[in-house]
Design a protein around this ligand. Sequence first.
Ligand code: SF4
Length: 609
Amino acid sequence: MCNYNFKSDSQPKFLPMSRDEMEALGWEELDILLISGDAYVDHPAFGPALLGRWLLAHGFKVGIISQPDWKNNELSPLNVMGRPRLFAGITAGSMDSMLAHYTAFRKKRKDDAYTPGGLAGARPNRACLVYTGMTRQAFPGLPVILGGIEASLRRTSHYDFWSDSLRKSILLDSKADLLVYGMGETSLLTLAVRADSLERKSPAEYLAGKVSLIDECKDVRGIAFVGRPEDIPDQLHSLRLPAHQEILDDPKYLIQATLDLERQVHQACRVAVQETEGRLVLLNPPNPPMSREEMDRLYSLPFARAAHPSYTQPVPALEMLKTSITSHRGCGGGCSFCSLALHQGRLISSRSEESVLQETAEMLKNLPKGRRARQRGLAISDIGGPTVNMWGAVCEFTPESCTRTSCLFPTICPGFKVNQSRHVSMLRRVKSLPGVSQVRIGSGLRYDLGMRDPEALRAYIGEFIGGQLKVAPEHVSDSVLTLMRKPARGLFEVFLNNFVRVTRQSGKEQYVVPYLMSGFPGCNDGDMRALAVWLAERGWRPQQVQCFIPTPGTLATAMYYSRLDPAGNIIYVARTDAERLRQHQILLGKDPLGAARLVRQKKSAAASR
Ligand code: SF4
């Protein structure tokens, strides 16, 4: 019998992945089966562990099947723990499966950081679709719920770079029952409670698939479902997105649909509706961000911070994240190429300082025994979220009626309030704990925000970056930066001067590691040369560079698809591999026209003046 009250004790070291493990816990059947395209790593940075333990803490028996063998048609790998009582929850993993498999030039990747041994090929392309099909085959009639980044960002019609086509909502493509978008804890728990009550009322009908979970859950926030015209609320409470066919006929409607969705994730009362071939996909309003208390409860769960013991090889992503601590979620930046705002939202959910200290204390308890390990101490690789200096940020206006698509661009909204000095004080408290040898901020720092609090910025740079500060100017051409919704070049240069001054004062050797991008919609070869020259003038060799990948759902992808800017003006888009590669080569300094030559010319012109 489920008791929905939160209870974090008496959780197992790992959630079960086999019948033996299930039976060792005294469970005869699962309530919920989570199926993931990633290896099962019991760490709060990994979705299935977070959701599985959250549901378990509310009384549901949860098992995990990780990277099931989809090529095996005869024996369903999903059957190892039997049919779950309530539903299966499916995620492609921490990344869209197509992005995990292919490079910006559509070449197959050889590695996968979320798989033991880092080997590629453990999950299928379009994993949500394949896993839904497998679940339907293994457990006919069992409700299937999609979640995770692949489902979330493909929740309405979207451009798919890998097939170069407009695809329907993944809900229609996969034929799953429901889709949870965004961070899933609240919605999934509500769905579990509703499913539990339905199943208890009529177990035989539920088992036979004769009871509709959709009908029972049409009011649940943060979900998408295929509905009927009578499910659409009145005009004030609904938002008609351009229909799939309208977008096919005129790509400008993908821009409109994306801008509408960016606003809908704020508007707590509006249901977004999209029609596709006579069917209606309804997106309920999102959940409000988790409260500090909820965040603290969630992160207080007893994660093993290790990969499941059945794996014989390390999971590379865990090695990177093992000693990182998530202090908050969400990002107010609204960069046009980033999927975060559409997934985690622009409003920030933060943990309390005490909760972060508590997690550090748990990590200290679990340090390996022995003198050398004690001497080394605990080196925390990151305390952060999508943007490190947004911990504790709040909107002091009314986010439900906000029509902006970024809290920071083109200017920092006066309603966006963040106390970065408090954040620094939290980092210092963690660092002062006995046994902690160092604390770093590995997440990106938003420098325009940082410059609002020079004291805090000095502390970030002087105490927590370990020699390298990651910032993401992405470009230096102001027209491209505007399309990216990034601060102008001038501001970045002011920041760099600040950085150099603080670094000199501290007497340390420190560098800025700028993240840069080629091939962005609206960026032409001239813009790339301007960036290459800018780098060459400083004697910088770019390290963190990427060619823009039009991932599903973002505004930048809609620009790439439509060749229009958000105002409807035609823009240049490097669409062919040759055009994209050329821009990338320019950035890497391999330009046949020679950025280096341009720099030499500029220098000799300056010398002769
Ligand atoms: S009102 Fe300002 S701070 Fe609040 S959500 Fe809108 S842009 Fe962000």
